[in-house]
Design a protein around this ligand. Structure first.
Ligand code: 2P0
Length: 346
């Protein structure tokens, strides 16, 4: 019996202008645009193999070796859309094998600990969607696939590109304009680096999905963030990337992270993702920049305490030296596992 198969990898992305809030939770339509930097797949990626065969009796997902749920509404939305696109191809060309009606086996592996609090859902859904799209030989561009991956997990739409990626919020109710686009390839700024510091490998207390909706419902500060702060940050960030202006890139990155965590603190009841260990990393970045007399490092924090530090290759010694010293002196950073990675971009 024939087994049809395709494999793909998708990278992790770390936002420098953050997605936080949905205007439509069913379609995963965001309240604001966001912008991320894609990390190197050598360091952090999901590898997914999709296959289908007449011998398969049900859709199955194996995530890092364990059977995983495929029945969630978001996963089902991705599967439905991908199968519909394949069925449309088959309707046009009778010589194509009838894959849309076959059950799927998805085997997915992360090359980093899923529990490390790193954005695994982004790489996971991006790889999931692209593996099936490749299996079905869909003539879809990354931007077209981003419309599908977005429905799996919002941030996943940005993991279909390398380099610098914007997720345009869009305004339509059907979400057809809420998609990811490349702002610049990684090669545009080849000396950009990211250092990932794992403060805690524990699973986060409040999930992004529920945390962001609590923020939308209760935070007054959030209204200002989506109306004024994010639009300005998107514009300044895109100009900083175009000009390879690191101090500006760094300032917007740090301000946007601060703004996002401020809206979390303004949520009622408040949500705290950063902890004392995270704040030690903020102080270290401030100390590095003060000592250098210019901005050479930028921190950002997602929905957890881990830090991502952006810097340029020429400043590695200064930046990494300070963080190695911090790891030695700060109780709480997990020694031995840090630095998680000092990575190039993809
Ligand atoms: C981001 N985060 O832009 C922001 C910053 C967390 C903080 O995207 O509900 O897992 O699946 O759409 O994409 C995390 O949110 O949420 C996230 P869902 P997702 O990277």
């Amino acid at each position: 019996m024939v087994v049809y198969r395709a494999s793909t990898t998708a990278p992790v992305n770390i936002a420098v202008v953050k997605y936080w809030g949905k205007r439509d939770p069913k379609l995963n339509l965001p309240t604001n645009s966001s912008l991320s930097v894609t990390l190197s797949q050598d360091d952090l990626r999901t590898l997914t193999t999709a296959s289908c065969s007449e011998t398969y009796t049900e859709d199955v997902l194996l995530l890092n070796g364990s059977p995983s749920d495929l029945t969630g509404a978001r996963t089902q939305a991705c599967l439905r859309e991908l199968r519909a696109l394949r069925a449309a191809l088959e309707a046009k060309d009778a010589s194509l094998p009838k894959l849309a009606q076959l059950k799927l086996l998805l085997v997915s592996e992360n090359n980093f600990p899923t529990a490390a609090g790193l954005a695994s859902s982004a790489a996971g859904f991006a790889a999931f969607v692209r593996a099936i799209a490749d299996l079905y030989e869909l003539p879809a561009s990354p931007t077209e696939l981003s419309l599908i991956a977005r429905q799996g997990s919002g941030s996943a739409c940005r993991s279909l590109f390398g380099g610098y990626v914007a997720w345009r919020a869009g305004a339509h109710v059907d979400g057809l304009d809420s998609k990811a686009v490349e702002v610049a390839p990684a090669a545009h700024w080849p000396n950009m680096r990211a250092l990932i510091l794992v403060a805690s490998a524990a699973k986060k207390g409040v999930s992004s999905t529920s945390g962001m909706q609590q923020t939308v419902a209760t935070s007054g500060l959030f209204q200002q963030r989506i109306a004024e702060v994010v639009p300005a940050n998107m514009e300044t960030m895109e100009a900083a990337i175009a000009a390879r202006d690191f101090p500006k890139f760094a300032e917007v990155t740090m301000r946007d992270s601060n703004s996002f965590h401020a809206t979390c603190a303004d949520t009622y009841p408040p949500i705290f993702y950063m902890n004392d260990v995270s704040r030690a990393a903020v102080r270290a970045v401030e100390a590095i920049n003060t000592a250098a007399g210019k901005t050479i490092a930028a921190y950002t924090f997602d929905a957890g305490p881990n830090a991502v530090i952006y810097y340029l290759e020429e400043d590695s010694e200064t930046v990494l030296g300070t963080f190695y010293a911090l790891l030695e002196s700060t109780e709480g950073w997990k020694k031995g596992t840090n630095p998680k990675s000092s990575v190039q971009l993809d």
